[in-house]
Design a protein around this ligand. Sequence first.
Ligand code: GDP
Length: 302
Amino acid sequence: EKFRGGLTKTRESFVGAMNELMMEYRTVDEEFFEELEDVLIAADVGVNTVMELTDELREEALRQNIKKPKDLQPLISEKLAQLLIKSEEETSLNMQPDGELTVFLFVGVNGVGKTTTIGKMAHQLKAEGKKVMLAAGDTFRAGAIEQLEEWGKRSGVDVIKQQAGSDPAAVMYDAVQSAKSKGADVLLCDTAGRLQNKVNLMNELEKVKRVLTREIPSAPHEVLLVLDATTGQNALSQAKTFGEATDVTGIILTKLDGTAKGGIVMAIRNDLDIPVKYVGLGEGLDDLQKFDPDQYVHGLFA
Ligand code: GDP
């Protein structure tokens, strides 16, 4: 339900445009496909994804001798779902077995919702019975540490921090030691989000990762890139930059509730080949949901 609710804006604009299209065209012809491409591109599905999708639809329409736009509609949602679901397991988080510390690194530009997402995930994992700790690795942005502490309080988990300006790698080292000694199950690590200098970003992320790996050879178990759905194609270019800086294992797409262009999920999935694992659907503690491609596609159409 929440998932559906979060997609309301996208659904309203997308379904509206699709209905118009279905009414306007009597036959599935080239003009229809071009119009369909425009509708999908307007929803930020991404040009490459749209072209791939409509090429497949053209073929399928020919093969199945589909003439009426209405008869093509189920195929459109089916193909959208297929593009999103590359494999079933890929949206789950890489959790270590019980008794071993799982470490997730969160990366992303300032303002995308990184801190909020960490707070929400802490809350969720805690509700599942896990002992969670947070590492305040964004020592650069003013207020970042306090903000993480605020979320720590809200979700009732400890935050490991040092003073502003200190070395993030040192914070990570401390945090891992502390998490181990307190028997934590999961450590969620914040990082700085400045993109102005890609070399710095890369160096900092590499250093942080090196420290984690030195302490726990299999860590970090996820590098989760947080992207803001409302920034549309800009989110895609951020993903490319971070993808060059480090190995991103999953994407968390925030503020899906705040955009009518939820098609960006498709573009990200298809252009980057990195799975979208979670989506943010609001500002509250409970507004983080595992990404469900089926629900997503159905949320768009029904
Ligand atoms: P950070 O700089 O990346 O750590 O970003 P913050 O966590 O401070 O979030 C920036 C703003 O986005 C805050 O006002 C959050 O409440 C808001 N925000 C984060 N996630 C979501 C979401 O899923 N939906 C909505 N509507 N707002 C969100």
